[in-house]
Design a protein around this ligand. Sequence first.
Ligand SMILES: [Zn+2]
Length: 287
Amino acid sequence: MPIDLSTLNIIFGIFVFLFGISIGSFLNVVAYRLPLNISIVSPRSFCPNCKNTVPNFALIPVLGYILTHSKCNKCNYKIPITYPLVELLTGILTLIIFFRFLTPTNVLEALPSFITNETFQFGKFHYNNFVPFFVSLWLLYTGIPLSIIDLKYRILPNKIIYPGIIIGFIISCLNHNLGWSGSLIGIFTGAGGLFFIAKTYELLRKRQGIGMGDVKYLGFIGAVLGWKGVIFTLFYASILGAIVGIIWGISSRKGLSTAIPFGPFLATAALAISTYGDEILSIIFKF
Ligand SMILES: [Zn+2]
């Protein structure tokens, strides 16, 4: 029986989005618990204010926020709007990344070949479509908790950065365009390059401008995007950071010397380069 492709797109879209908001819910837990040194698996979710266990329905991504009227049922603590927003953002970006690199046909064709169907050639795994998909997904799922933690505490925890580098390196070994050597060069370009900039800045200005967390994070980005990708990431993150920093400095009347966390800009730029790198580069070279 042939399947209508547009119906298939809608079905896959719904599943991918639901998967994304569930991951977003988990990333909220990671961002909250990791800096406080609480295990991310146990205990089960509790109210940050009264520490009472949260009822099951409150755990449903996005919907839980509405069903609980955004309040803890025991102490009336107001649940921050950032929780459902992070879930929605993760869901939407997962959906964008999926349809950027894959089609439902790619996924169905990756299924074992013993399932026969006249529309799809099952078992015909298009390996090359999956690698950039996993790269963007990995940058997204690490970038969200890193950004939240950096905004809140001004740190980029090694507990996310180190697994980021290791899994990033493994994905890159499967990437024909990069390979293990390209990934290693990327790590050294990213971390080494920013370390050099950081030390130069310290010598000239006699104060620290770039944290070691940013240096390691750029190493991680280099591991998955290679040396070219990591240079462009630093370039865009700096422009983005400067624009936001100027606007924030003026609007908050704190002046331009106020330090703003760099992690969220690195995360945004890396995700943009990994997902729309070709388009971004073709725009630059038109000018
Ligand atoms: Zn409570």
